[in-house]
Ligand binder design. Sequence first.
Ligand SMILES: [Zn+2]
Length: 145
Amino acid sequence: MTENDSCIFCKIVAGQADAYRIYEDELSLAILDINPFSRGHCLVIPRRHVPWWHDLNEEEVESLFRVARTVADKIMKAYSPDFVAMYARGRRIPHTHIFLVPTYKGDPLDRFFNALEGFQEAPPALMKLREKSSMQETAERLISA
Ligand SMILES: [Zn+2]
């Protein structure tokens, strides 16, 4: 895939759209997210228009993660969050972008991922509720209430 005329990230890479450029190398570019989850929230994008990160070539993957780590170091130095969360998307804007989000305990993203992890853990907990001994205990408790 090559540069895409309707892609905002391709325009930023080409210098045809404004962005707060934080760091870059020959294959990747880190910019501030214009809708930050917290101060210092950055996006790392490949210069080439590739919707999904797993379709990048080896050199692009190395560059993207090297740039991501460099920028995460900068975020840690500048804002001292608990850590810098990272995830990759490409659905809303079909050009790979890695989210680098300074995360603090209890902030919106932290709560979101905690909820997601809670959802992951829920099935075993729910399965336990269905066990015969649990059902029996629940019934007895309700009956005697
Ligand atoms: Zn693009």
